[in-house]
Design a protein around this ligand. Sequence first.
Ligand SMILES: Cc1ncc(COP(=O)(O)O)c(C=O)c1O
Length: 396
Amino acid sequence: MKLFSNESVNLSVLKERAYNMRWAEVPEGVIPLTAADSDFPIAPEIIEAICDYAKTGYFSYTPKLGFPEFRRSISNALKLRKNEDVPENLILPIDSAARAMSIIAKAFLEPGDEAIVFDPVDFLFKTSMEAAGAKIVLFPMKIKDGRIDFSDLEKYITPKTKMLGLCNPHNPLGMVYPLEDLEYLAELSNKYGFYIMNDEIWSDIVYSDAKFNSIVSLGAEKNQRTLSVYGFSKSFGIAGLRSGCIYCQNPALFEKIVEASEVLSTIGGISSLSQVAGMACLDKCYYWVDEFTAQMQRNRDYALERIGKMPLITCRKPAATFVLFPDVSATGMEPEKLTEFLLEKHKVAIVPGGESFFGPGSAGHIRICLATSHAILKEGLDRIERGLHEIAESKR
Ligand SMILES: Cc1ncc(COP(=O)(O)O)c(C=O)c1O
């Protein structure tokens, strides 16, 4: 059986195990194209590694800063895949990218600080920085000729600015950043002395017609205040194992991260199995990620072609991530109302744009997850199409 065929999706297991707005949480008969989590089973090498470790019968305490072999695997993968030079002693494995963001915010932000968050972007930037006491300053994203317009970013920087959130690639817009934009952000960080929370969880899901550049590849000198996040949920489909890491190129910052993570007191930390799985991902499964990404590219192209023929919806082509972020403002409905209508009437669940998930700049949009089989995606899009036709008819 091919890795990403229609038959490889096991719906009966997903209905028991896939939470977070997915199969286990939607009513029977509904197709969830919601949270960015894959419907495909993970690579066999990860399963084998977990089983081999489990069979020994020992689950002792692990090294506080993570398995040295895991930290080495991360360092190697960052260099080989993304041209990021990060020594293994500046990498902290941790239980998920979400936790990594929360630790970075806690380590470097204090009440009264300001943090710049792009609008729109994944809600975790706002929630992690707010939880650390910072005041969020939204930077409204304007797209000019397919690029983010940073020309007035400096207007949002004040003496209180302590951090800027960089989602690269960008969820939900699916954009990658040219190196010169990253150079500019690094320059601002050094000029004004703010930290960059650089989230690269999507950096493996980049389509063949685009190129991923990492700010970290610019070198340690330019990244004195950059704290990076990686996670295994998107590329390798192991969201439930809660595996991720924080890394940087500045030893003084790393010390603060370790302190804030509470791994030294064993309050915080990542489980042994999650590290074993993470190691198998990086050492053995990039062939799988590349095939998965190719399948996501086919899904992207198919979905864009379908959406192009639907009424009241338009969509920019993403360069990365397995989500689409179409504009549905022509329906005249608030995204929550539209998603409610599609769920109730047409049995397809999607994520609404708007304040709660992606910020006010995402109003008028919905997010569609593509990480499923062609057959399920087709059925989901058929349902969205029927719903949009119904709305278009009612407007006549
Ligand atoms: C940009 C971004 N960062 C972080 C996360 C959280 O990932 P994890 O499952 O590792 O906590 C997500 C999940 O959707 C995401 O899109």
